[in-house]
Design a protein around this ligand. Structure first.
Ligand code: NAI
Length: 304
């Protein structure tokens, strides 16, 4: 793990109070890295059962970080765990959770109408200075922000899975994001130990706009029978230095997620052949073969 993981007091950042909405895979990771960096974090989800699972997941993950970072000094590791965990408050009360926030990061389901509902409701109760950000992978930040009266204090903060491990943070500024908001988002990203890059509000931002077409082309090659799944993956790993092959990666991300992304882009850009629907992908999804999480996708996996 990079030494960047533990960056408490690394920067005196104006953003100290964070509210993360959505305690799933991404939201729990975002809350964790912010707490590790010393932010006060409120993590919100729809019910207490989910929040209990989220808090357990965070605890396990922080313990893993402490074990690696404080290998030589287990007592400092214990302190790090206790202090980081103390920084996180859990809540199901969305309006109350944003009243002290400097920054709200949204990591709920990838549905425009649900994100609109959330942002228009918290826009009315959050303080004037609060910055809103979405962690969306495939939706337009401008469109998400459109329901608020703070389009200048709205941007994208796109993290990568698993958040505590992946170093990159894409900071997305729309045409309406102010310089001040952008600077604050960049400073916060660095303060929580991420390497930040800047991108316009363009579909897929940088990483997914380049990576998803590779995955889709790999699926098309496999569908045509040009090469086996294993050989396509070996080729990209050993021939292009990719840490994972494209079909392995598609299985890891989830074939339903890949399908949702390509369907969304195809609807928006019907003339771009890169985003054309793929029969074999649709078939696997229809059969419930979604990749690692269901035990089968392009490969078979042992169920955990
Ligand atoms: P997830 O399904 O693991 O978690 C979503 C959480 O949001 C759930 O716990 C759900 O109960 C909660 N939620 C749903 N509606 C809510 C509401 N109205 N208020 C409060 N909580 C609500 O999803 P995941 O994978 O964490 O994705 C979240 C967002 O992050 C999506 O926009 C996705 O596009 C984006 N993203 C996902 C990545 C991934 O690899 N899974 C990578 C980067 C971004």
């Amino acid at each position: 793990l990079p030494s960047l993981v533990f960056v408490r007091n690394f920067a005196s950042n104006v953003i100290q109070n964070i509210t993360v909405v959505g305690g799933g895979l991404m939201g729990s990771g975002i809350a964790q890295v912010a707490a590790q960096a010393g932010n006060s974090v409120t993590l919100v989800d729809v019910n207490d059962d989910l929040l209990k699972k989220t808090s357990q997941r965070i605890e396990t993950s922080i313990q893993r970080v402490a074990k690696k970072v404080y290998k030589e000094k287990p007592e400092d590791g214990e302190k790090f765990i206790t202090e980081s965990l103390k920084k996180i408050t859990y809540s199901t009360d969305i309006p109350a959770s944003v009243t002290k926030a400097d920054l709200v990061v949204e990591a709920i389901v990838e549905k425009m109408d649900i994100k609109h509902k959330l942002f228009s409701s918290i826009d009315k109760v959050a303080p004037e200075h609060t910055i809103f950000a979405s962690n969306t992978s495939s939706l337009s930040i401008t469109e998400i922000a459109s329901v608020t009266n703070r389009k200048d204090r709205f941007g994208g903060l796109h993290f990568f899975n698993p958040v505590p491990v992946m170093k990159l943070l894409e900071v997305i500024r729309t045409n309406e994001t102010s310089d001040e908001t952008y600077q604050k988002m960049m400073a916060w990203g660095k303060a929580i130990g991420k390497v930040t890059i800047t991108c316009k509000d363009t579909p897929g931002f940088v990483v997914n706009r380049l990576l998803v077409p590779i995955l889709l082309e790999a699926i098309r090659m496999y569908e045509r029978g040009d090469a086996s799944a294993r050989d396509i993956d070996i080729a990209l790993k050993l021939g292009a230095g990719h840490p994972m092959g494209p079909l392995e990666l598609a299985d890891y991300v989830g074939l339903d997620t890949n399908k949702n992304i390509v369907d969304g882009w195809h609807a928006k850009f019907p003339d771009n052949p890169l985003f054309n629907p793929i029969d074999s992908l649709n078939k696997l999804v229809a059969e419930g073969k979604l990749g690692v999480k269901t035990g089968e996708g392009f490969y078979k996996y042992e169920k955990k």
